[in-house]
Design a protein around this ligand. Structure first.
Ligand code: PLP
Length: 334
């Protein structure tokens, strides 16, 4: 039990719901369920970062920090969730919003996630460009500015990933899945998740590795950089395994990254992404976005259709949030 060893600040409604996707199941010939981390918090539409930030927020409070500082794309779901956590805990928030993708629409800097972050009182600094897991100078500068103004910053890297506690949230998620499987008397042989900065999948890899029954966890790359994503996920999985004292070692083959559904680049959908988003919306009213979940849904659909996911399999689609970015991408659906 991780809670006995690490402090957690409750920020969500956990366990997040699991439910069958009946119409999609029928269309794809598999037994498809969704685990809804997109509806697992009352904080500004939630998403996968809330689960991670529960552990980082407890650390920030223990250290007496008063300002959360983080970084992401202009339409980052992560920075919006950091803003939400700061607001709910009565902290200040400074966000570096970089241009990780070229999206030709003036609304991109005004609606969706960034609007919500501003509404929640965060300072949004639009500077820097390009997604990478390297340490950014823009972020260092934001931390420096908070210190100069007399604040005590707590540094949260992109996606809350490259952080000592980054993988804890999704290691815990793995245990939650097992309890829900027992409740519903089934076993998900395949789990599909979007992956980018790495601590969602990395945490799951560590969490599932600690369980008796092996299963296939497939990360659909959304960074459009398979090597970078694999390195990030593997590093976080191993670091998290150490942190939680796992006896089994994380092997290279535990980290499955599928690069085929990433579209032309980070943040840019292709036709498969858009048609997956439409299919999820039309058949299940399950809203996914062009940056992350539309891509993982596209991967799931393609693998079910090709037989890579065998007919009749019990499949868990992990929905990590992201729909608040949809308005910013309205041109993708014209
Ligand atoms: N899905 C959504 C909606 C996200 O906001 C993110 C964040 O990057 C991801 C998936 C990928 O998660 P991670 O960055 O932990 O790999």
């Amino acid at each position: 039990d991780l809670e006995a060893r690490f402090s957690r600040t409750p920020l969500g409604f956990f366990p997040s719901p699991v439910h069958p996707l009946k119409r999609l199941s029928k269309a794809l010939g598999i037994n498809l369920w969704a685990k809804r981390d997109d509806v697992s918090s009352g904080l500004a539409f939630g998403g996968n970062k809330v689960r991670k930030l529960e552990w980082l927020a407890a650390d920030a409070i223990a250290q007496g920090c008063d300002t959360l500082v983080s970084i992401g794309n202009i339409q980052s779901n992560h920075t919006r969730q950091v803003a939400a956590v700061a607001a709910a805990l009565g902290m200040k928030c400074r966000l570096v919003q970089e241009e990780w993708t070229k999206w030709d629409d003036p609304a991109y800097e005004q609606v969706g996630n960034i609007l919500l972050s501003r509404l929640m009182g965060a300072t949004t600094v639009l500077e820097g460009e390009g997604y990478s897991t390297e340490l950014k100078e823009t972020w260092q500068r934001a931390l420096e500015e908070v210190r100069r103004e007399g604040g005590k910053p707590y540094a949260i890297p992109a996606g809350a990933s490259d952080h000592r506690l980054g993988g804890l949230g999704y290691a815990n998620f793995a245990d939650e899945v097992v309890r829900q499987e027992a409740e519903h008397e089934l076993f998900f042989d395949t789990v599909i998740t979007a992956t980018c900065t790495g601590s969602t999948q990395g945490g799951m890899v560590a969490g599932f590795r600690g369980q008796d029954r092996p299963r296939r966890l497939i990360g659909i790359d959304t960074a459009c950089n398979e090597a970078m994503t694999r390195a990030a996920v593997t590093k976080i999985a191993r670091q998290t395994a150490d942190l939680i004292g796992l006896s089994a070692e994380i092997r290279d083959e535990d980290v499955i990254i599928d690069p085929r559904f990433a579209g032309p680049d980070y943040g840019l959908p292709d036709e498969a992404t858009i048609s997956a988003i439409r299919m999820g919306a039309e058949m299940e009213a399950m809203l996914t976005d062009p940056v992350y979940e539309g891509k993982s849904l596209a991967g799931l659909i393609a693998m079910a259709r090709s037989g890579e996911i065998a007919p009749g399999s019990n499949v868990l689609y992990v929905h990590l949030g992201g729909a608040p970015a949809l308005d910013a991408y309205h041109r993708a659906f014209e």
